[in-house]
Design a protein around this ligand. Structure first.
Ligand code: AHR
Length: 659
């Protein structure tokens, strides 16, 4: 009993030492502080054509004829398609739904060729703003056909340029009754930014056509149904510690029927359930949960799926107003099945191949588990009774069945306000391990709030800053974010994860600005913000070393600058970061004298320039990082330029375990 009392007193003393009278933690003491190993990651949402027409390498738009006015009021099954009778053939074309490939994929084209003319009769697809192809490269074409006439039908598939010149072609004969897949490799002989794909049936007959697909043979890591290589490489080069997917608002959807259901997105492509994208276009879900997990693995990022908390977006039905309550809940009698889907997802990711869902993962080509560790429940939802009732059910069920999974709760769309307060209250009440904070603010907000996490209670939930960005892609925006990020490192014991949002956007189809990476069909344009994110992720540390960095004028620098010193335990390297969002150069000192044995030579990387500059199509490399070697002393007196991020990586020596 006495021992227990003493132990209790010690705990109390310890708590008093750590926290001030308001229960806030006292400022950091001068010892190394552990940083979350998952601090800097990425946020992927299928908005601004991030998936279809973006990372997903499919070049045919509306391949399954499932576009509809529900996606976009100007769209239908023939969007991006044209009936092709250039060779003076004739017949009829119709969109049919009887006897489709699969009930989930109900629309297809029925072609009745009365006269094939000189070239044949068929269909032409214009891709996503045209199909970019390269001379000497191969493209994998496939289609599902159902021959409905007694005779076999000769078919050609070609890529043509704007003037109709053939860039590459293949021919085959469709002979099978019932739906069958035909695949061809097409070699392209000329470069073209805006090709079209033409499928022609060359003799009289009747045929059903669906799932017309064209992929570059060279996808990221060479996967079938893979990712666009240049875009994927640009993302991979960030070296994110985790990737959140598939959103964002996409997750909780526009109404209950639009909630993202992961099970609809796995299995054979022709059997997946396509659906309207909340950002007013269409999700083919060719990039589905299996592909998301595989992509995370390919880029060395932990998967962080986020699932709806049983409620739809509060802005459902077009009510895009702060505080609007378009939020709808999955009927309570259906919540059991919904929760089972969530538990099944964990089994799909981590279960043995002998389990029902682990077997499906293995059948898709991945017998090894995907090592799911984190699971987000809810996305910036309005914290209502409707939400809370469903969140609790999901939370309890996941905790009970999978205590090893780290659940991420949600605290609204803003860094303060009712949903933020109420979300945190609920998280405290339920002891949710991590909560997801979101904020899109002016750069000045980031500079004013650098101490936001210094006083967070370390005994409460950890924080995942699931979405954040300053409003813009200028150098000033990017360095303001950098200043803020040095403070995230200092608070890397309470900020578990952070991801800039959104990640990628197709030029001409942006539903949201700014983004980290822009692209068109052919090129990828990393923003200045991208290079800042990359510097922090590539140079992340496992512990924060206080009292190493100091500015000459502390009072002046606090509101415009930030500096951090971290050690990466894996390499022993020391990394210094100095971010200056102010209009003048700044000086200070890095005291490396107590950091043990370090190499004198280091690499210094600087991002700087005109604060208003952005990387654009015309000037894609206006601001990029520049790295040079430097020699350092134990006391390094630095001067960094105005509007800059400076990162110094010093080769260290790994401390062996026995030391
Ligand atoms: O990142 C864009 C959107 O911003 C996300 O979908 C949503 O969660 C947030 O409001």
């Amino acid at each position: 009993m006495i021992i227990k009392k003493r132990y209790g007193l010690l705990l109390l003393l310890f708590a008093l030492m750590q926290f001030d009278v308001h229960g806030q933690q006292k400022p950091a003491i001068a010892t190394a502080k552990k940083i979350s190993p998952d601090l800097f990651g990425i946020f992927f949402e299928d908005l601004s054509y991030a998936a279809d027409g973006g990372l997903y390498a499919e070049l045919v738009q509306n391949r399954s004829f499932e576009y509809s006015p529900a996606d976009n009021r100007d769209w239908n099954s023939l969007t991006a398609w044209k009936y092709q009778t250039d060779g003076f053939g004739y017949g009829t074309i119709s969109v049919e739904t009887a006897k489709p490939i699969h009930p989930n994929n109900s629309h297809y084209i029925l072609l009745n060729i009365d006269d094939a003319g000189q070239k044949g009769v068929g269909l032409e697809n214009s891709g996503f703003d045209g199909i970019p192809v390269q001379a000497g490269k191969y493209y994998n074409f496939s289609v599902f056909l159902n021959v409905l006439s007694p005779q076999a039908l000769p078919v050609s598939v070609s890529l043509i340029d704007k003037k109709g010149k053939e860039l590459g072609t293949a021919s085959f004969t469709a002979s099978q009754k019932g739906w069958n897949k035909y695949s061809e490799k097409i070699k392209v002989n000329f470069d073209e930014d805006s090709a079209k794909l033409v499928l022609l049936v060359k003799s009289t007959g009747k045929i059903g056509i669906d799932m017309v697909s064209l992929f570059p043979a060279e996808t990221f890591k060479g996967h079938e149904n893979g990712m666009r290589a240049d875009l994927a490489q640009t993302i991979a080069a960030v070296k994110p510690k985790f990737m959140r997917f598939p959103g964002g608002c996409l997750v909780h959807g526009d109404g209950v029927a639009n909630i993202y259901r992961w099970k609809n997105t796995i299995g054979p492509l022709e059997q997946r359930v396509e659906q309207r994208d909340i950002w007013n276009y269409h999700q083919s879900v060719g990039l589905g949960y299996y592909e998301y997990f595989r992509f995370c693995e390919d880029i060395g990022a932990k998967p962080v799926p986020v699932l709806a908390a049983g409620v739809s977006c509060q802005n459902s039905g077009g009510t895009w107003k702060i505080g609007s309550t378009g939020q709808k809940g999955i009927p309570m009698e259906e919540m059991g099945a919904y929760i089972q889907d969530i538990l099944d997802l964990i089994e799909y990711a981590n279960g043995p191949v002998s389990s029902t869902w682990g077997a499906k993962r293995a059948a898709a080509g991945h017998p090894a588990p995907f090592n799911l560790e984190y699971l987000g429940i809810g996305n910036e939802d309005k914290i209502t009774g409707l939400f809370e009732e469903r969140f609790r059910l999901i939370y309890d069920a996941v905790r009970k069945a999978h205590p090893e999974i780290r659940i991420i709760g949600t605290v609204g769309p803003s860094p303060a306000g009712d949903d933020f307060e109420n979300g945190w209250k609920l998280a405290d009440l339920l002891s949710v391990g991590i909560v997801d904070e979101h904020y899109y603010e002016k750069p000045e907000w980031f500079l004013k709030n650098t101490h936001r996490y210094d006083h967070y209670n370390r005994l409460h939930s950890k924080v995942y800053i699931g979405e954040y960005a300053s409003w813009g892609n200028t150098l000033f925006n990017a360095v303001s974010e950098a200043v803020y990020m040095t403070n995230l490192e200092r608070n890397g014991d309470v900020v578990q994860m952070a991801s800039y949002a959104p990640l990628i956007a197709r030029i001409g189809h942006t539903s949201w600005n700014p983004n980290l990476i822009y692209f068109n069909g052919k090129q990828v344009f990393p923003t200045v913000n991208y290079y800042v994110q990359q510097q922090f992720a590539v140079n992340s540390g496992s512990e924060y070393l206080p009292a190493v960095m100091s500015f000459k004028d502390k009072a002046l620098t606090d509101s415009i600058a930030g500096a951090s010193c971290v050690r990466d335990a894996a390499t022993g390297d020391i990394i210094l970061k100095i971010a200056n969002a102010g209009p003048a150069s700044l000086s200070g000192t890095a005291d490396l004298s107590k950091l043990g044995k370090l190499s004198k030579s280091a690499a210094i990387t600087v991002i700087t320039g005109d604060p208003k500059a952005t990387n654009t199509i015309a000037h894609p490399t206006a601001i990029v990082p520049k790295t040079i070697p430097i020699t350092l002393k134990k006391h390094w007196d630095f001067t960094v330029p105005a509007y800059s991020l400076t990162v110094v990586r010093i080769k260290g020596y790994r401390v062996s375990k026995s030391q």
